[in-house]
Design a protein around this ligand. Structure first.
Ligand SMILES: Nc1nc2c(c(=O)[nH]1)N[C@H]1C(S)=C(S)[C@@H](COP(=O)(O)O)O[C@H]1N2
Ligand SMILES: [Mo]
Length: 401
């Protein structure tokens, strides 16, 4: 961060300066502290979001505060994180949603279909965890470059749209040699650069087509520009980046996309190596959970009965159970899954009532999926800081009195 103390006085907001002097914090050090702490404003395309619930890392990276996650399963749209690799398209693309056109390739009868035409081919609804593969990067001691997300680059939302398999069937089925499902984002690309270096285009194994949706609704409303309207490729159980916003092309391909975001971005590069296409890509999500309450940011807790709660999901697997520890992982107790089960791609809320005495407590949670895979204690070290599901990294230390 730039040294804010070198900023000339006129760059200080009059309001914050007044607030500071009211607090007796006038003077250079006070101003510098206030500048560091002053939350950045929401970017215009996400101006309708709840600024109280979000951490604005940058105009293209908004994170849900851990304390903002509720216990009623669905993440409200105005609290959901945002991650854009390119500037969001002009809002004019939402003026005539039904006219949005998608090119389908790698099917027997390749052609373009409008959203209006897609809407005639079927409707399904699915709840999924949308999570950036960099969620939890902020806990890597190696400080990987990229946004230092804690837990809030994730949410659980409901999508409505046409099953991709219906569209494939309507276009005569897959062409021979389809190994990957490749989706391309509809952003306008900057001039003068190699399109492959910037385009958001991702390939996932073609088997993901079974569950994939071309969605036009999120949480009961037409999808906003921030979240990929008018149409988004939703790949349930797969990391966020594979869920292509403003999708304009869906191709069944024999090879993975040559786009940089596929070939070198989002690779699980072992420590000390450079990203390369032969390293695993971030595709399916793994089993993961974390506690959303009580949290230290809410201050000292009243000793006594406490409801420890959080979220758990298994990527492409349902959650079988969650255990909670109040002694930093020495002993574990089974938590209770609460709320409606919205299917295997959604997260489950869990709760464990515990008696906490005065003192400091380290609370952790550990989920197990239906295949019996238990959330690990350690993160999987990698250069980009992806796929952090370490229960130890996600533990919270709270004080009761
Ligand atoms: N077209 C397009 N799709 C995209 C992206 C993007 O920049 N452009 N970002 C991806 C990444 S990295 C993530 S984590 C999710 C974020 O989805 P959200 O902003 O709706 O939360 O969208 C994915 N799909
Ligand atoms: Mo992401």
């Amino acid at each position: 961060m730039k040294d804010s103390m070198t900023l000339p006085r006129r760059h200080l907001l009059a309001g914050s300066a007044a607030a500071l002097s009211a607090l007796g914090l006038a003077g250079w050090s006070g101003r510098a502290a206030a500048q560091a702490a002053a939350p950045k404003p929401l970017p215009a395309y996400a101006g309708w979001k709840s600024s109280d619930a979000l951490i604005v890392h940058s105009s293209s990276t908004l994170e849900t505060k851990r304390s903002a996650f509720g216990t009623s399963v669905i993440t409200p749209s105005n609290q959901l994180y945002v991650r854009n690799n390119l500037p969001a398209p002009d809002a004019a693309i939402l003026n005539d949603r039904d006219a949005w056109t998608v090119a389908f390739e790698g099917v027997k009868n390749p052609r373009s279909l409008t959203l209006a035409e897609l809407k005639t081919l079927g409707v399904e609804t699915v709840a999924t965890v949308l999570q950036c593969s960099g969620n939890g990067r902020g806990f890597f001691p190696s400080k990987p470059s990229g946004t230092p997300w804690a837990v809030g680059a994730a949410g659980c939302v409901v999508w409505s749209g046409v099953p991709l398999r219906n569209v494939v069937a309507a276009l005569g089925g897959l062409a021979d040699g389809a190994v990957y499902l490749t989706g391309t984002g509809g952003e306008k690309l900057p001039e003068g650069v190699d399109p492959l270096s910037v385009v958001v285009e991702r390939s996932v194994p073609v088997k993901a087509t079974e569950d994939a949706l071309l969605a036009w609704e999120m949480n009961g409303e037409p999808i906003s520009l921030a979240h990929g309207g008018p149409l988004r490729l939703v790949v349930p159980g797969y990391q966020g980046v594979n869920n292509i916003k403003y999708v304009q092309r869906v191709a069944f391909t024999s090879a993975q996309s040559q786009a940089r975001i596929m070939s070198h971005g989002y690779r699980m590069s072992p420590p000390g190596t450079k990203a390369a296409p032969d390293q695993p890509s971030v595709w399916e999500m793994g089993v993961k959970s974390w506690i959303n309450g009580p949290l230290p940011e809410k201050g000292t807790l009243k000793a006594g009965l406490v409801q420890v709660h959080g979220v758990a999901f298994g990527g492409t697997q349902a959650v079988k159970g969650v255990e909670v520890s109040v002694d930093g992982g020495k002993t574990w107790q089974a938590a209770r899954l609460i709320g409606p089960d919205l299917g295997k791609f959604a997260w489950r809320q869990f709760v464990l009532p515990v008696q906490l005495g005065a003192g400091t407590h380290v609370l952790a949670s550990r989920a197990t999926d239906m295949a019996g895979t238990v959330q690990g204690e350690q993160r999987d070290e990698n250069v980009g800081g992806y796929n952090n599901a370490s229960w130890r990294d996600h533990a919270v230390t709270i004080t009761a009195a």
